[in-house]
Design a protein around this ligand. Structure first.
Ligand code: ADP
Ligand code: MG
Ligand code: MG
Length: 250
């Protein structure tokens, strides 16, 4: 699904990613952890194609295709979903209507007809039931007065509706409470399938009490310096990141 080879990238002339390798296969959940400033959000933004980041070396392959030259939207149309892509408040536009527009715009870009209203409603009903989202929530104005948990719920709903091939959830929000963590975790667990891959970026070990990742990676100073299974997250929770620093410098 996603293969990143020796990725080097800079922001404003400063090298942030320094030879990062990562392979994510369909059907897998990967967690990327690491201290603040390690480059986690930079990695997410680069895979999604945000323009302020400059890739100076290496490759990003999506299903074997080099996506470096593709714009953010083109990557989205190929099934790349990055959370927090639509954090704006849009008064007067409901959660549902926003989703209908997003889906139909994507279909249009893919050369497809608009989704028939009946199918759209069915899909909205299915996904909201799966994620236990109530009807009232769906008719609220997008992000207007949303709590942290509601923002997460909306984000996970967007992910469910878009059915991405590769979903990247960057949990940058330090205000995430336990409710919000549960919402994200439930959504991820329910949306996992053999056809998609999910990358969860977090510095909350707590999130991994609810999500069972197939792999856990530590991103440190612009590189993946250690990979393992869920046990690695537990080890990090217990010992912090200093021992990794020592291991690297040894
Ligand atoms: P993390 O998500 O692991 O906390 P980030 O990827 O946000 O780390 O940041 C890594 C480094 O890159 C930091 O030093 C940060 O200041 C810098 N950085 C990230 N994005 C930008 C940007 N758009 N402009 C300038 N510096 C940035
Ligand atoms: Mg940060
Ligand atoms: Mg970050």
């Amino acid at each position: 699904m996603l293969k990143i080879k020796d990725l080097h990238a800079s922001v404003e002339g400063k090298e942030i990613l320094k030879g990062l390798n990562l392979e994510v296969k369909a059907g897998e959940i990967h967690a990327i952890m690491g201290p603040n400033g390690a480059g986690k959000s930079t990695l997410a933004n680069i895979v999604a194609g945000k323009e302020e980041y400059e890739v100076t070396d290496g490759e990003i392959l999506l299903n074997g295709e080099d996506i470096e030259e593709l714009a953010t939207e083109e990557r989205a149309h190929k099934g790349v979903f990055l959370s927090f892509q639509y954090p704006v408040e849009i008064p007067g536009v409901t959660v549902t209507n926003f989703m209908k527009t997003a889906i139909n715009e994507t279909r249009k870009a893919q050369g497809l007809e608009e989704m028939p209203a009946k199918d759209m409603l069915k899909k909205i009903r299915e996904k909201s039931e799966l994620l236990e989202i109530d009807r009232k929530f769906l008719s609220r104005s997008l992000n207007e007065g949303f709590s942290g948990g509601e923002k997460k719920r909306n984000e996970i709903f967007q992910m469910a509706m878009m059915e991405p091939k590769l979903a990247i959830l960057d949990e940058t929000d330090s205000g995430l409470d336990i409710d919000a963590l549960r919402i994200v975790a439930n959504g991820v667990n329910k949306l996992k399938s053999n056809d998609n891959a999910i990358v969860v970026i977090t510095h909350y070990q707590r999130l991994l009490d609810y999500i069972v990742p197939d792999f856990v990676h530590v991103l440190y100073d612009g590189k993946i310096v250690k990979s393992g299974t869920k046990e690695l997250a537990l080890e990090l929770e217990e010992k912090g990141y200093d021992w990794i620093k020592e291991e690297i410098n040894a």
